[in-house]
Design a protein around this ligand. Structure first.
Ligand code: HEM
Ligand SMILES: [Cu+2]
Length: 550
């Protein structure tokens, strides 16, 4: 087998800083994003560590309450806007979409580079605001606190989130156009990998939702700076209007965070069960259904805001509906595994972790969607546990699974599988130990965002903090061996998992233009007919000269 690193590929054709900072290659931009979001994850994680340390004792001995408020705000803002939202789309999506559809790049390569710069500028504003003294509004920026009373760095933080929002919009437009226009000959919509469907659905939310939050946040700044009067009742405004506008984006945004992970899991499960994906069209359309329904349920965040009870009931009902497409996915993954020859690789362990933990998150979402239950547990640790089960247990597990699955493709190197399995196990245990006690705390009435609590809640809080330290170890191990593998890892062939999908037909790491010739697709998605992984020759695509078709 020809060793990939003997030829030029997207990584080694030039090593200059300029060739990286001015690249329009989707694969290099994906790497730039991967490095930047990892830094953000570390910053957000640091804030989480301070929060959990402070909560070990019922009274604050470690930090003052202003600092505590700033820590959870910084944690939320960074994790949501600068880590989870861009994570899978901007890293794995950027890298894989053109490879998966058999194209040379995204439709608008320079827009792609611009999106990274916007992300960096936005990120610098947010980090700058943190360094200048921080923000204390929570990631939700609720008015009138954010618009009138807070004397922290609300404006700079919002400017950062606003700018980073445009990077999401640019990515969304790029993905939508690429999926429509750049598919290789023979790659019909229903032959697309399910990951592409999930990116497509996510992109719809990017394009339709992000402008709303951008405008809303811009209005908060206008209100702070020139006292516009949109949210301030004294000036004829309405503070509840902010909540409507904010959640109109931010509920769909939770699906920005989890849909791409679902897409990753839809790739991993068939590959490591050596079976065709069960119910392909259902998985594909449930992504679109989630994208559409996601825009109709925002009021479930506002059950106790004083909105009419009838309105609450409608939102409650609609929120139950959105669980249906999520459940369809879980059902189909399970059915795909049924009677499959399951191969317990590290990526598959993460995928299994995703399925279990996402299900817990989704089911507790239904508790919260029940109007009468939510009145009791709104703004308690129950809500915190719910969304961490989905965003950490789900979205981040999916991201880790995807990184482990495609790492050999992205870098041309293999990582030590034993360490990877160990890390997946530690993550799973640490995660549950951190967040399961929070369900119990929430049910006992512990409110979120408080740093003082009665002593009877201490043991559960200590458990949670202990779990967080284990979780941190679970994330530190992959960081170490993945970096290690860049120099010392065994060389990866084209297709170490015997997976189907166009990205596995090119060398690892891929050449700058992805495929020597434009591939022609003659097979259906997830064509895992044999129990044994197929050989490389069997998966070699039929080829026509590059550019010959379009
Ligand atoms: C089965 C689908 C889901 C349902 C029915 C559901 C329901 C709910 C409800 C009713 C709340 C409001 C609770 C309250 O504030 O009192 C909530 C909060 C939340 N959910 Fe979900 N959810 C679902 C899925 C998700 C997903 C997929 C994510 C993330 C990827 C997510 C993230 C969040 C977040 C971040 C909050 C809290 C926001 C905040 O107040 O800071 N949820 N969920
Ligand atoms: Cu919601």
């Amino acid at each position: 087998m020809a060793q990939p690193d003997e030829r030029t590929n997207y990584l080694n054709w030039s090593h200059t800083v300029k060739s990286w900072l001015l690249t329009t290659d989707h694969k290099r931009i994906a790497i730039l994003y991967m490095v930047s979001i990892t830094v953000m994850f570390a910053l957000g994680g640091l804030a989480a560590a301070v929060i959990r340390m402070a909560l070990v004792v019922p009274q604050d001995t470690l930090i003052r309450h202003e600092t505590y408020n700033k820590m959870f705000s910084m944690h939320g803002v960074i994790m949501v806007f600068l880590f989870l939202v861009p994570s899978i789309p901007a890293v794995l999506g950027n890298f894989l979409l053109p490879l998966m559809v058999g194209a040379r790049d995204l439709a608008f390569p320079r827009l792609n580079l611009l999106s990274w710069y916007l992300y960096i500028i936005g990120g610098l504003c947010v980090v700058g605001a943190m360094l200048a003294g921080g923000v204390d509004t929570g990631w939700t920026f609720y008015t009138p606190y954010s618009s009138i009373y807070s004397n922290s760095h609300v404006t700079l933080t919002i400017v950062g989130v606003f700018i980073a929002g445009f990077s999401s919009i640019a990515t969304g437009i790029n993905f939508i156009v690429t999926t429509h226009k750049m598919r290789a000959p023979g790659l019909t919509w229903f032959r697309l990998p399910l990951f592409v469907w999930s990116l497509y659905a996510t992109s719809i939310i990017f394009v339709l939702g992000t402008p709303v939050v951008a405008i809303t946040l811009a209005l908060v700044v206008a209100e702070r700076v020139v006292h516009l009067g949109v949210f301030d009742p004294a000036l004829g405004g309405d503070p509840i209007l902010f909540q409507h506008l904010f959640w109109f984006y931010s509920h769909p945004a939770v699906y920005i965070m989890v849909l791409p992970s679902m897409g990753v899991v839809s790739e991993l499960v068939p590959c490591f069960s050596r079976k065709r994906a069960f119910g392909y069209p259902f998985i594909a359309f449930s992504s679109l259904a989630i994208a559409v329904l996601g825009f109709l349920v925002w009021g479930h965040h506002m059950f106790v805001s004083g909105q009419a009870v009838w309105t609450g009931m409608v939102f409650s009902f609609l929120s139950f509906l959105i669980a249906v497409p999520s459940a369809i996915k879980v059902f189909n993954w399970t059915a795909t595994m049924y009677k499959g020859r399951i191969w317990f690789t590290a990526p598959m362990l993460y995928a299994l972790g995703f399925i279990g933990l996402f299900t817990v998150g989704g089911l507790t979402g239904l508790f919260l969607a029940a109007l009468t239950v939510d009145v009791h547990v709104h703004d308690t640790y129950f809500v915190i546990a719910h969304f961490h089960y989905i965003m950490v247990g789900g979205a981040i597990m999916g991201y880790m699974g995807g990184i482990h699955f495609w790492w050999p493709k992205m870098t041309g190197r293999l990582y030590p599988e034993g360490w990877a399995k160990l890390a997946a196990g530690i993550t799973f245990i640490g995660f549950n130990l951190t967040f399961f006690p929070q369900f119990l705390l929430g049910l006992q009435g512990m409110p979120r965002r408080y740093h003082w609590y009665p002593p009877e809640w201490q043991s559960l809080n200590v458990l949670s903090s202990a779990g967080a330290s284990i979780l941190a170890v679970g994330y530190a191990i992959p960081l170490t061996y993945l970096i290690w593998s860049l120099w010392y890892g065994a060389k990866a062939g084209k297709n170490p998992w015997g997976a189907v999908g166009l990205e596995w037909t090119t060398t690892s790491p891929p050449p700058t233009h992805n495929f020597p010739r434009t591939p022609v697709v003659t097979w259906e998605a997830y064509d895992y007919r044999d129990e044994e992984p197929p050989t490389e020759e069997e998966r070699e695509p039929v080829s026509v000269p590059a550019g010959g078709e379009r």
